[in-house]
Design a protein around this ligand. Structure first.
Ligand code: GUN
Length: 300
């Protein structure tokens, strides 16, 4: 017997009994929804542009995934590349061209930029209404002020996972390990903002009592990029544990969470891979459609 189409499939459970917050499944739901919305509107194409400077392998793979999913969502995408030897002026000229082009609705500059290139003046050229990464000072300022605007794809993806898997936030303790502008800082603000209402602690590399801080968390997010810093001992029984960390070594890719031992204590957990990574891509595309709407290029 198959489940009715309008009922979400039941959650998968880890061997230790935690709900698996499946980012691949939710990404596909979001991408399918975007495609349906775009096809129904019959508007001119929604377009995402990415800028990749240099030839870093992982960055090339991330950007490729973004373009593949954009096509699945019914969007078009442009991929602009420059060599690692590009000057600051060349990168800025490229981004300015995309900013000025009315056919481009979202601009993502893949970070980090190589060598001595300074990302701040590059990001400053991205208009707030095309800032699908939520990284400009205008977008960050709107988030701090609690105003509507584009919010970073990874923090937004974490929020979507919490919503989808019914993780309550109001009045509950959330601990985010990491204070990056890409993840830790905006995610802490999103968790604390009115309507979400978690009590948030933003921990970081100088936090002295990390174990005690983490043990108090109903929602624990690893966004430090330090392989395995979250062990079973850090986790309150039944807590929701989200892994955003990515560390690369000769042994491969590792997250911040020691999945095998933590899943036996947590109430819900993201797998790695297949947790937050796909959600970053889904929310990038969601942001691209929002950006097109903000520019009046897609029906509200
Ligand atoms: N590099 C790693 N993750 C990201 C991201 O989410 N956005 C950008 N622009 N660069 C990244």
């Amino acid at each position: 017997m198959t489940a009715p189409a309008d009922r979400p499939a039941p959650p998968e459970i880890s061997p230790g009994g935690a709900i698996l917050m499946n980012g691949l499944r939710l990404r596909d739901e979001i991408v399918d929804g975007l495609r349906a919305t775009i096809e129904a509107a019959g508007s001119p194409p929604v377009c995402l542009a990415t800028v990749l400077v240099g030839d870093d392998g992982p960055s090339q793979r991330y950007v490729k995934m973004k373009h593949e999913r954009a096509a699945k969502a019914g969007m078009i995408s442009r991929h602009e590349t420059l060599p690692a030897t590009a000057s600051q002026a060349q990168v800025e000229e490229l981004v300015q061209g995309l900013a000025d082009d009315p056919a481009v609705h979202g601009i993502l500059v893949q970070l980090p930029l190589p060598g001595d290139l300074d990302e701040d003046p590059v990001l400053a050229l991205v208009p707030a209404e095309k800032d699908v990464d939520g990284l400009t000072i205008a977008s960050m300022g709107r988030l701090v002020r609690g105003l509507p605007g584009l919010v970073g794809c990874t923090p937004l993806g974490v929020m979507r996972l919490l919503e989808r898997y019914g993780v309550a936030t109001s009045g509950r303790r959330a601990v985010v390990i990491g204070r990056s502008t890409l993840v830790g800082l905006p995610l802490s603000l999103l968790l604390a903002r009115k309507g979400t209402d978690a009590t948030v602690t933003m921990a970081h590399s100088r936090t002295t009592d990390l174990l005690d801080v983490c043990r108090d968390a109903d929602i624990l997010v690893g966004a430090a990029g330090q392989a395995g810093i979250i062990t079973a001992a850090h986790v309150k029984p039944g807590a929701a544990v989200i892994d955003v960390g990515v560390s690369r070594s000769a042994a491969g890719i590792a997250g911040d969470v020691l999945f095998d031992e933590v899943q036996a204590v947590a109430g819900a957990i993201t797998p790695m891979p297949g947790g937050t990574g796909p959600m970053t891509v889904a929310c990038l595309l969601e942001n691209t459609l929002t950006a097109a709407r903000l520019q009046g290029a897609f029906p509200a």
